[in-house]
Design a protein around this ligand. Structure first.
Ligand code: HEM
Length: 215
């Protein structure tokens, strides 16, 4: 039988292409948007990671989601440093989720509270992506807006506690392959992963509307 890590990867491939090539992402990576758009995007990420990480402690003992809860992945502290750099010390007061972001964070929290397998789908979609394509985004952001390499503004993309991302991803895929669930539950997790991608794309769409391209 196909390992779960390749099942979930293949099943979300199409959505990945869609997210990657969304207008907002393309404009952002193409250097066609200002740092304000990047800051607004970073704010949206704060809500998503707050939902993923404020619930993580409770899931640490869960047999399905527990093995995925790894402190070296946590991004919230890094996001907060980036936001202080991007928005200034009052960043928290100005924070507001787009409706699409609120819907995304609500769904993550709902899974965390009621369905550990669903939480795994969201965990995979964000953290494995950050360890992969996130590095491309960091490189472009540093160049476009002059952040110090791996410094304030792009700390979200820097996993200080992970010396070898390729090895970490290999281990992570091993964790996916070790998920104890029957085929039906695995299909449900895969469907939630597709949903997680769709929630990301919806945030990109909303950001694209807020920052229509001028160049
Ligand atoms: C422009 C933006 C993006 C770029 C350039 C990008 C690029 C990549 C690349 C090159 C990989 C392959 C890494 C490898 O095989 O080790 C990857 C994997 C991945 N990306 Fe993205 N990505 C982007 C956006 C996203 C978004 C928005 C999400 C979801 C929120 C996402 C989620 C993932 C996931 C889950 C994987 C792991 C697939 C697997 O091996 O199982 N990516 N990305």
């Amino acid at each position: 039988m196909e390992p779960f890590s390749s099942l979930i990867r293949t099943a979300s491939h199409e959505q990945h292409v869609e997210a990657e090539t969304s207008t907002f992402m393309s404009d952002l990576l193409g250097g066609r948007l200002g740092v304000t758009a990047y800051a607004r995007y970073t704010e949206q990420l704060w809500f998503v990671y707050e939902a993923l990480e404020s619930t993580a402690e409770r899931l640490a003992a869960d047999p399905v989601a527990g093995p995925f809860v790894r402190p070296e992945l946590f991004r919230l502290a890094a996001l907060e440093r980036d936001l202080a750099h991007l928005r200034g010390s009052g960043w928290r007061a100005g924070l507001s989720p787009l409706p699409a972001t609120r819907a995304y964070a609500d769904r993550v929290r709902e899974c965390a509270e009621r369905w550990p397998g669903g939480y795994v789908a969201h965990h995979y979609t964000r953290y494995l992506g950050d360890l992969s394509g996130g590095q491309i985004i960091r490189d472009r952001a540093e160049k476009a807006w002059g952040f110090a390499r791996k410094g304030d503004g792009v700390r979200f993309y820097v996993f200080e506690g992970i010396a070898n991302p390729a090895a970490f991803k290999r281990d992570y895929r091993g964790l996916l392959d070790g998920v104890t669930a029957d085929d039906l539950e695995k299909q449900r997790i895969v469907a939630e992963c597709r949903q997680a991608f769709a929630l990301n794309t919806a945030v990109f769409r909303a950001l694209g509307e807020e920052f229509p391209l001028s160049a």
